[in-house]
Design a protein. Structure first.
Length: 300
């Protein structure tokens, strides 16, 4: 970690001495660990999904609902044996998976934790829950773990990544990452009860005014494989937006959401997950609270 190049920012920071653009140094930090029931249906069998929210993030999304932890980097330091114990707690509680939310910038420590947990009997699948801004080199560190890759493919062009998330080359990096994950892991695989076991599932959050360029995202995915399940999300909440674009100060209209879902269906995806239009009012975490998502149990 003396020259960190884990994410496509490749800022080369010595994390033993300073924080990178992800605001993280060489201590793994967690904002919350909760049992989450708000993910797509194949991810929430049993008690739900055991979600670990990591502090810090290589992206700077101006509408991030997790800003308290992703950008203000609130949370506490955990060492790999402690994270391994949390993973095992989730298994003990009946969760169908361990869901690692934005783990990229801590990949070496998270993988060490996973190794400890597997040695101690962790059997449930692991979800790598990512914003899509990934380097192939970092994804290769996860190869062999047989993960579920839940990728939020945010934008269908590079300019929007700069404008809304403060990162260069988002679309180039994310396309490369998604293609690599599909080629190495294939589409999402379910067990006999419909619970996710491994493979790729892609999300897309529709933004007001179609700013996310959703058709380009869907067309890219359809070219890759219509077997990849697509989750079209409506939950954009303008309450978290800190930028200066007027149209980002409203929710997505029913018409905007509908045309994106219709395009996904027209393109022939085998599985399309959708959300209700009031979802924006449902997922508003407060990570300062002992229950960040209201009805969800906090483990950490
Ligand atoms: S993970 Fe953090 S420190 Fe490493 S390259 Fe990305 S932003 Fe920089």
């Amino acid at each position: 970690m003396n020259v960190c190049n884990l994410c496509p920012r490749r800022c080369g920071v010595d994390r033993s001495r300073a924080r990178g653009a992800c605001r993280s140094d060489d201590r793994m930090k967690i904002g919350a660990a909760v049992i989450h029931r708000g993910e797509e249906p194949p991810l929430v069998h049993g008690a739900g999904s055991g979600a670990v929210f990591f502090a810090g993030c290589p992206m700077r999304c101006s509408y991030c609902q997790n800003r308290q932890i992703s950008q203000l980097c609130r949370g506490r330091t955990v060492h790999p044996p402690e994270l391994a114990a949390i993973m095992l707690d989730f298994q003990e509680a009946g969760c169908s998976n361990v869901n690692l939310v934005s783990p990229t910038h801590y990949s070496p420590w998270v993988l060490e934790s996973l190794g400890i947990a597997r040695d101690r009997g962790l059997k449930i699948p692991v979800v790598v829950n990512s914003g899509g801004y990934e380097s192939v080199e970092c994804l290769d560190m996860w190869a062999g773990q047989d993960c579920i890759y839940l990728v939020d493919l945010k934008y269908g062009d590079n300019d929007t990544g700069v404008r809304l998330s403060g990162v260069e080359g988002y679309w180039d990096a994310a396309r490369k990452a998604v293609r690599h994950l599909y080629e190495t892991s294939g589409p999402l695989v379910l067990d006999g009860e419909g619970s996710a076991v491994r493979g790729l599932l892609v999300r897309h959050l529709v933004l007001p005014g179609m700013r996310s360029n959703p058709f380009a995202v869907l067309e890219f995915l359809a070219d890759l494989s219509r077997e990849i399940p697509v989750s079209v999300m409506s939950q954009y909440n303008p309450a978290f937006y800190t930028g200066d674009l007027d149209d980002m100060r409203r929710t997505v209209t029913p018409g905007e959401y509908r045309v994106v879902v219709e395009r996904a269906l027209e393109l022939g995806f085998e599985t399309v997950f959708t959300q209700s239009l009031d979802a924006f009012d449902t997922y508003n975490p407060d990570f300062a609270s002992c229950k960040p998502f209201d009805d969800l149990e906090r483990v950490l």
